[in-house]
Design a protein around this ligand. Structure first.
Ligand code: IVH
Length: 675
């Protein structure tokens, strides 16, 4: 395969980025990116080099374990190198690893794996002579680290003397130094108060703390340590497996992570991985994956090491919710309220399982604060349901010749001047006939919780506006099959379907109509409350501000917004047109019923219960849910809203996870009910 100049450039760029990041992290002790980010860039380079071996150079970051350590502490050479671990990001990669190592073994014996949590901290090596701690060192580049014995002695969970009667002459213990989350938060809080730079994450804070010159400060920082590797000279006791060595470490007085498990198959490994994807959220420290180790030492020995990794272990990582990418463009999006939102258009990246190419920059203040520019490498984050956002710009990686981004002064859609009220962060287009605002209004009107018009999405909305067929949502009800069929990529059949869907929407309930109008602050729930208290649009239009605000659940902002909206002449005309088209601005009994229901906190929500609950019986939990208007069913489906999760949950949990169904524990359920 020939290498394109683009690929070459990419490889050179990745290498530069990784080199800079490695230098900043290892030598300067001032990390410029998080390690999930580093991992990703590293992986990209690794993949490219695997595909084009001719691009591999001796100085590539993939060709060595790490960068040179800084020289502030005494350098020490590790007797046995501290290897790092190969990463797997999914089951296929895990299976591939198993196939690979098993190929190496003739006459495969029975075997099992030890699964351990991958603690997101900093690896250290401890040397004990005749049972006494004589040296503690950082990992460094794996071959040479730094002597930080004084600092390590401050870690309370590291015994200064092994609790063994007849200790071997020499023992080496490895493990992870880490900062518990609460300690990390307290450190950053204190740093923020005293104006010091904050640590990006507990991992960097732990690494930085280990390399603190003043061990008094280290002692205050309350580092902790989980031991996971034991090397002895074998004079006292022969150890046969990783599992056994973890037990011995515990006997020696070390803190060993209790959440370990022996697994006989990859299926069991994956179940452990899944279990801890949920479980890790409740741990007081960070884990970024699971380490899978072949248990038997003899088997480990037969497998040995590659240049960098043991062949008998692998790290199965949880998907990163943050990732680096490059900004290709910065655009602004005009929403249905006229709000102008700057957005970064990026090289597509995988984030928590989805491909992301756009991320919000929120508003112009945020743009200024980030100083984001086209060409920048940025960190994007996607957490849960939240729209992806740019969290950070890696300024060290900024190419030459970039220019600061300027927010436009006129609307990209209608060219009218944008305004920014003094006390607001939002920039707006205030031209009520701006096509972007109209487009947003139509999409909102047709959306699922509003008039629910199937087939009317962004593409059709754009075409309807472009062809001057629609100037307000009321015009939707005057459209003909012929008009729609004449639009780009629309046949008669789909035009008929759309006309049908629009006609059916005339029968939607009043509360959906009110929500569909897109009055500021009026969401589905507020719309229901308003239609219950003002069962006709006439009553709402004539209501005083005070009487709207007096409604339980309606605050001042909403009341003000509604009160003003119904007084605008264009809005009154719109209502008249919609009424003429056959839409009913009157509460039906069914709406009133559903309002009564909506005041029950779990109305319409379907629960599935799994596992053993701590304080409630299942029947009691079910009763509580039903009293609050919810429903309990026996099996998980797409319609399930929540999984109530007890101890020892089984297959329902796996299924819920697959479908992305949110989970609640008992405490969270009770909290929901109390709200
Ligand atoms: S075993 C040869 N076990 O992960 C064995 N490492 O990405 C190598 N880590 O450098 C390490 N928890 O800092 C092992 N339970 C665990 C671990 C663990 C965290 C870290 C360690 C290592 C890195 C590899």
């Amino acid at each position: 395969m020939t290498v394109t100049p683009e690929t070459k450039k990419k490889v050179v760029l990745l290498r530069e980025q990784l080199q800079k990041a490695g230098y900043a992290y290892y030598v300067l002790d001032e990390p410029i990116m998080e390690d999930t980010v580093y991992d990703k860039l590293y992986r990209q380079l690794q993949d490219l080099e695997a595909e084009y071996p001719e691009l591999v150079t001796a100085d590539s970051p993939t060709q060595r374990v790490g960068d040179k350590p800084a020289s502030r502490f005494t350098a020490v050479r590790h007797n046995i190198p501290l290897y790092s671990l190969e990463n797997a990001f999914n089951s296929a990669e895990l299976a591939k690893w198993q196939t690979r190592w098993q190929k190496q073994i003739e006459n495969m014996p029975e075997f099992n794996y030890v699964c351990e949590l991958k603690i997101d901290g900093s690896a250290i090596a401890l040397t004990y002579e005749d049972g006494i701690l004589v040296r503690g060192a950082t990992r460094g580049d794996g071959v040479t680290g730094e002597e930080v014995t004084q600092n390590i002695r401050t870690i309370r969970t590291i015994p200064l003397k092994l609790s063994l009667n007849n200790p071997p002459a020499k023992v080496e213990v490895r493990g992870e130094a880490f900062l518990p989350l609460d300690v990390f938060a307290a450190i950053n809080q204190a740093r923020s108060k005293s104006g010091e730079a904050l640590f990006a994450n507990p991992r960097n804070a732990a690494a930085g703390t280990l390399r603190q010159l003043d061990s008094k400060i280290v002692a205050q920082r309350k580092l902790n340590f989980f031991a996971y590797t034991l090397h002895t000279d074998g004079t006292q006791q022969k150890i046969d497996s990783q599992w056994e060595s973890l037990e011995i470490l515990q006997q020696m007085g070390f803190l060993v992570n209790p959440n370990r498990k022996l697994c006989a198959s990859l299926a069991e490994v994956e179940a452990y991985f899944q279990e801890w994807d949920t479980g890790r959220k409740n741990l007081p420290y960070l884990t970024d994956g699971v380490v899978v180790k072949v248990n038997d030492y003899q088997l480990q020995q037969r497998l040995g090491f590659t240049q960098k990794f043991p062949r008998w272990a692998i790290a199965l990582k949880y998907p990163a919710e943050e990732s680096p990418t490059v900004v290709k463009d910065i655009i602004v999006n005009v929403g249905r309220t006229g709000a102008v939102t700057p957005m970064a258009v990026m090289q597509p990246v995988q984030l928590a399982g989805t491909t992301v190419q756009r991320a919000t920059l929120h508003n112009s203040d945020r743009v200024t604060e980030l100083d984001i520019r086209v060409g920048d490498t940025v960190i994007v984050r996607k957490a849960g349901e939240i729209i992806p956002e740019v969290v950070r710009v890696l300024k060290d990686l900024r190419p030459d010749g970039t220019v600061p981004y300027q927010m436009p002064t006129s609307c990209p859609e209608c060219n009218s001047a944008l305004v920014r009220p003094q006390d607001e962060a939002v920039t707006r287009c205030i031209n009520s006939s701006c096509p972007a605002i109209l487009r947003g209004s139509i999409i909102h009107w047709a959306s699922r919780n509003a008039l629910d018009i199937r087939g009317l999405g962004e593409r059709i909305a754009i075409l309807l506006i472009k062809n001057s067929l629609v100037h307000s949502v009321a015009d939707l009800y005057t459209l003909t099959v012929e008009q729609i069929a004449s639009l780009e990529r629309m046949g008669t059949k789909s035009a008929e379907n759309l006309i049908q869907a629009i006609a059916e929407s005339k029968n939607q309930d009043y509360d959906r109509i009110l929500y569909g109008l897109g009055i500021r602050y009026v969401g589905s729930v507020n719309a229901k409350i308003l239609t219950e208290n003002f069962p006709t649009i006439e009553e709402l239009s004539q209501a005083s501000f005070e009487s709207i605000e007096a409604v339980y659940g309606i605050g001042e902002e909403i009341a003000q917004s509604v009160f003003e909206w119904v007084r605008i002449a264009d809005n009154r005309t719109l209502i008249k047109q919609l009424q003429a088209a056959g839409l009913k601005f009157v509460s039906s009994q069914s709406t009133l019923d559903s309002v009564a229901q909506s005041q029950q906190v779990l109305a319409g929500k379907t629960f599935v219960i799994t596992g053993t609950l701590l304080s409630l019986k299942r029947s009691e939990a079910q009763q509580l849910i039903e009293q609050a208007g919810g429903k309990v069913t026996g099996s998980i489906s797409k319609k399930t809203d929540y999984l109530l999760l007890g101890e020892d949950a089984g297959s329902k949990l796996a299924k819920a996870e697959k479908l992305g169904i949110p989970q609640l524990n008992e405490a969270q359920l009770l909290e929901l009910l109390n709200n």
